[in-house]
Design a protein around this ligand. Structure first.
Ligand code: ADP
Ligand code: TPP
Ligand code: MG
Length: 318
């Protein structure tokens, strides 16, 4: 199968089935064309996944198709953006029809679920890696940023944390228990909080999605906002499966493991009290922003500001 045949067979049908009003021109020309509605800002970001770093070797292609788009879409959720379209740069060691069929199926599922149309891409030969650029829009000037939180704001996270990160311990498990299977599902099928992100515009003073771990990603908010925070580890939402499997260590996964693709946001207390049940039901208050610099973990000074928290591709081992 040649490069053009591969694109025609596996990606053009996907582009047609997932097309939406945002795209004036999809794949097949030198560029795609996206129309930005009046009064909206374009919001865009790119993310790369590399075999052996972001997903294991011989990872099922259908999971990979979903995961790569979900992880990229999570950045749109963190900005409160409405999804529009994406491009895909795919580097493959070989054109394996079976692999491509599975990959395209997972990608199509995610494309439809997240309302992100495939706008174009690039296909090359080499070690397996994928880059996805996502585009969305937000009302002019309203995009949620990492900066903007003030002392007194509540720190809230969506869902439960730590499951996907802990799932790494069970990826090779031949016969996972039900609890392990629940964690593995969180790793294979992350669900970026797109609707929640959009609904937080006007409430959240800052936002980030948790890809590197809560400590690291909340740290980015605090740095961008020039603020500090105290969080109570006892308030961090954990799934029953994670608590059963990891006991007292469950909270360490929630703080540092990453791969959650949940949101961490700050909200002034009065706005949180008045927030809709739909929002409040998806989120848990875990602490407050304060003036003193640094991130403090209540009752655990040894954990506070622990250097090296989160995932850093270039952290030196020294
Ligand atoms: N090579 C690069 N050139 C320019 N900006 C970059 C580059 N790599 C990362 N960034 C920027 O640094 C910021 C943090 O990146 P990253 O940690 O990858 O964010 P995220 O977790 O949201 O994907 C982003 O604003 C991103 O655009
Ligand atoms: C096989 C495997 N090992 C380890 C991890 C853990 N991991 C790898 S990268 C990463 C952080 C997110 O990656 P990054 O490239 O920093 O994404 P971004 O913050 O840009 O969204 C995590 C938690 C994983 N997902 N899969
Ligand atoms: Mg990134």
């Amino acid at each position: 199968m040649g490069e053009f045949e591969l694109i025609q067979k596996h990606f053009l049908p996907l582009a047609r089935s997932g097309s939406n009003g945002a795209l004036v021109l999809g794949p097949g020309d030198d560029c795609a064309i996206q129309r930005i509605p009046p009064g909206r800002d374009l919001v865009f970001s790119i993310d790369t996944m590399v075999e052996g770093i972001h997903f294991p070797e011989s990872y099922p292609p259908e999971y990979l198709g979903w995961r790569v788009l979900a992880a990229a879409a999570s950045d749109l959720a963190a900005m409160g953006a409405e999804p529009a379209c994406f491009t895909l740069a795919l580097t493959l060691p070989e054109a394996d029809d079976h692999w491509l069929t599975g990959f395209a199926r997972g990608l199509a599922d995610a494309s439809q679920t997240f309302r992100l149309a495939l706008a174009g891409g690039d296909t090359t030969r080499g070690p397996l890696s994928l880059s996805v650029q996502v585009h969305g829009t937000v009302a002019e000037g309203r995009g949620l940023k990492r900066s903007g939180t003030r002392a007194g704001d509540l720190i809230c996270v969506s869902g439960t944390l730590g499951d996907a990160g802990a799932a790494l311990d069970y990826l090779q498990e031949a016969q996972p228990t039900d609890d392990m299977a629940q964690l593995l599902e969180r790793y294979h099928h992350p669900h970026p909080r797109l609707e929640l992100g959009e609904s937080l515009i006007g409430l959240a003073t800052s936002a980030i999605d948790i890809s590197d771990g809560l400590m690291a990603d909340l740290g980015h908010i605090l740095e961008a906002s020039k603020a500090g925070a105290t969080i109570d580890p006892a308030l961090i939402p954990l799934s029953p499966a994670l608590s059963r499997l990891k006991g007292a260590h469950a909270v360490d996964y929630a703080l540092n493991a990453g791969d959650d693709y949940e949101l961490c946001v700050t909200i002034p207390e009065a706005l949180w009290q008045g927030a809709s049940d739909v929002i409040r039901d998806q989120m848990t208050v875990i602490g407050t922003v304060n003036r003193d610099a640094g991130l403090h973990i209540k009752d655990s000074p040894s954990l506070s500001d622990r250097p090296g928290a989160g995932f850093d591709h270039f952290r030196s081992k020294a």
